[in-house]
Ligand binder design. Structure first.
Ligand SMILES: CC(C)(COP(=O)(O)OP(=O)(O)OC[C@H]1O[C@@H](n2cnc3c(N)ncnc32)[C@H](O)[C@@H]1OP(=O)(O)O)[C@@H](O)C(=O)NCCC(=O)NCCS
Length: 148
């Protein structure tokens, strides 16, 4: 498996994984800023095709993960961990990484907890439909021993 930066030509593969991963996938046009904005990072995991992706934005000293997904048939094989590792390798100088996750998304919460993220706030009604979000943060300045 290879982790690399993504470009617009990767959009069909990314979108396939997005649709297979979320009940409310983003519209196609929402992905374009991640390929062109200099504060954005789009990474894909590739095997014979795209099996996962991660989209993030730099906000000053903070990195905000906007989207992370792995194709269902490729989960629990370390793909998301490799994508997160790729992000952290690019995040030198950042002080923290943050993201929001659905309160019902136990798999993602377990994934982030394993990687040193902490639940720091509940965001009432954060998602369309009224579901709460959970704000999770990993403080990179505390990383004596990055867990990746
Ligand atoms: C969350 C997600 C990205 C994890 O991807 P993945 O490639 O399967 O993750 P990894 O294989 O790197 O998992 C690493 C660790 O995370 C935890 N983890 C991952 N999936 C888990 C699950 N379903 N249940 C419990 N723990 C889980 C485990 O500790 C796992 O280590 P282990 O397999 O040795 O037990 C994937 O389940 C996914 O795409 N889900 C749908 C989209 C989504 O929810 N994205 C996140 C939105 S914030």
């Amino acid at each position: 498996m290879r982790i690399r930066r993504a470009g617009p030509l990767d959009l069909p593969g990314i979108y396939r994984v997005e649709k297979a991963s979320f009940p409310d996938p983003w519209p196609l046009f929402a992905f374009f800023p991640y390929f062109v904005d200099r504060d954005a990072l789009a990474l894909v995991a590739e095997e014979s095709g795209i099996v996962g992706f991660l989209l993030a934005f730099w906000e000053g000293k903070e990195v905000h993960i906007h989207d992370l997904a792995v194709a269902p048939e490729h989960r629990r094989k370390g793909v998301a961990s490799a994508l997160l590792q790729g992000l952290l390798a690019e995040a030198k100088g950042a002080q923290r990484v943050r993201l929001e996750v659905r309160a019902s998304n136990r798999a993602a919460q377990a994934f982030y907890r394993k990687h040193g993220f902490k639940e720091v706030a509940i965001l009432p009604g954060y998602y369309a439909g009224g579901e709460d979000g959970i704000l999770m943060v990993r403080d990179l300045s505390e990383d004596q021993n990055p867990r990746g």
